[in-house]
Each structure stands twice: as structure tokens, then as C-alpha cells.
Design a protein around this ligand. Sequence first.
Ligand SMILES: Nc1nc2c(ncn2[C@@H]2O[C@H](COP(=O)(O)OP(=O)(O)OP(=O)(O)O)[C@@H](O)[C@H]2O)c(=O)[nH]1
Length: 348
Amino acid sequence: MARTPVTLLTGFLGSGKTTLLNRALRDPRLRGTVVIVNEFGEIGLDHELIEASSDAVVLLQNGCLCCSVRGDLVNTLIDLHQRQLQGELPAFDHVVIETSGLAEPTPVAEVLLAAAGVKPCFSLAGIVATVDAVNGQDTLDAHEQSVKQVALADRIVVTKSDLHADDGLIERLKRLNPASEVVDVHEADPAALIRASHGSGFEPGWRPAAPAPHRPGLRGQDARSRHDERIGRFSIVRDEPWDLDMLRLFLDALAANAGPALLRVKGIINVEGSPERPAVIHGAQQLVHSLAWLDRWPSEDRRTRIVFITLDQAAGDIEELVADIERLSRRTRAARERAARPHDGVRQ
Ligand SMILES: Nc1nc2c(ncn2[C@@H]2O[C@H](COP(=O)(O)OP(=O)(O)OP(=O)(O)O)[C@@H](O)[C@H]2O)c(=O)[nH]1
């Protein structure tokens, strides 16, 4: 049986991986694609934001693909292959692995190229890395993972060029990886970017790297998971809908505090007055995107869920900000309700 090609989709936090993938998945040429998505956030949201049937999306959570959930990836691939053979899954002819934005791609590629049980059934078709034009240069300066993602890619896709043109970034990407194609997402066919079986430069002679040496101070922990040390992840979950004004206030506050410490914020928000259509918020480093709306809730879970990934920043700061905004919103709402009652406080 032919091995199923796998595309590794990498790129730093918020650089546009899911957006590119969603555009590609709308193309009938990707009808037979299964997506495995890994998120670093405390709760997973991407599986809800990927526009594919739930059968075709597998979420790997609770850690980063390049370290703590590598074993889960092996098991997931083997399980997908077996369920397809047994007819429990619709046949698929392609797999995309969307890594978390913090993942180093080499250990993930190793799984495809060397893991027992995976290698006979799957082949690494290519590595695609997204780099966003707004944060790209700063991210390359500050985060080694981003450099590794770019250095390993067969294809580098520059996103958000509609917001900021950066020729210097393109030059830098070409210098970092002269063998790779650098393309602008807005000038390319998304399905071809993801699906083209251009073949990774790794096979067949590639050998997995030697295991990382043990580092003192990381007892019991794979040295590759050291990116956990400075990075915080936490989430806010609310049952009650949020007032739209409050949500706007929250976005303004985030935008005012945006910067290198806010690696990623992503959320689905239940907004008062819009019970069927949740709002979606996104931010990464210096950029907080404008509010967007989904056409419907992607699952039964209708709670507001916001995930944060931060650098050297305590969860408490953001929780305090949210608590302040919620307090303000409650007071505003109470005042509005009082004003709407015609004879409030007047005894009849
Ligand atoms: N203007 C603009 N916005 C974009 C572009 N690509 C992505 N975005 C926006 O950037 C935000 C983050 O995009 P995602 O696709 O979720 O990024 P991601 O890399 O999947 O994020 P993580 O999985 O959390 O690392 C969203 O608000 C997108 O709408 C682009 O080319 N132009």
C-alpha cells in the first residue's frame, strides 16, 4: 500500500497557519485530507476553528508536539491508518499536521521519518512554514523556534503582507533558507501550497538527530521542552455572555498592552444579543486583530473561552484586567437597567 503523504504546517504563534489551512481545505483537491492539530494553549480552540468535519480533525493537546505529546502523534498516526484500513474512517489520501506555534519541526519530522509503525505508512511530503509580515522580524530575533521553523521549511509562506510590507523580511528569509521557496500567501493558490508533493529534502538519506543531551536543572524533563520555562499559558472561561461594549473594551486594553510579552491570545466569545454567532478574537505580539464573527457555534460548547500564551508575564495581570472590565461592565449594565425603569426609586 502506498504511503500517505504528510505535510507539516509550522510557523510561529498567530502567524496564520489555521487561516491558510482553512483556505486550502475549501478546495475540492483537499477533500481527502485529515488534519492533526497540536495546540500549546491551556485549552484547545483550533479544532473548532478549522473548517473541516470533526471526523477529519484530530486535536493533540496538553503540550507541544516537539516534546511532551510526540508519543501521542505516533499513536494518532497509527490509529488513523488502522481505522482507515478497517473502514471505520472515510478513506484519506493526505494528512496535514499543524504544529503548535512553539514547536520545533525537527522532532516532529523525526516521527514521520523514523518512528516504528509510522514510517511504513506515511511519508513526509513537505514542510510549510508561515511567517507573518508584521511580527516576523521581531519573532526571528527573539525566538529560536521561529528560526528553526524557517530553516527547515521547503516552502515559506509570508502572511499579513496586506497589513505591512517588509522586503527586509523576505531577504532575511531567503538568507536563512536559500533552498526554500518564499511566497506571499495573497499571491498563491492555498491548496497547492499545502498539497503539492514537492518532496521534502530529507528523504531518503536523512537520519534523526542524536537525542538531546541531558541538561542539569531539567530533571525528569526532555531538554527539548525547555521552551516551557519562560512561557505561561492560561485561559479564561465564562458561562455568562459578555456585553459587546465590554468585549470591545477588552480588545482595546489588549491592544494597549500588546507587545512581545503577549505571544498569543485567541478566543471564542459568547456575546450578549448574538446567541447563535460567536465572536472570535486573535492577537499575537504587537498585533491585535479586529473582532471577527463566526456564522455559527462550531460545537455544543457555547462558553466564552479565551487562551493566552505569554512570555515572562504572570497570569494574574491579565486575570486582573479581565476582572476590572467585568466589574465595570456589571456596573454599566446595572446603571442602564436602572435608567430604563421609568419609576425607579419612586414610591407609588
Ligand atoms: N490581515 C491578515 N490577517 C491574517 C492573515 N493571516 C492570518 N491572519 C489573522 O491572524 C490571526 C491569527 O491567525 P491564525 O491562522 O489563527 O494563526 P495560527 O498560526 O494558526 O495561530 P496559532 O495556531 O495559535 O499559533 C487571525 O485573526 C487571522 O484572521 C493575513 O494574511 N492577513
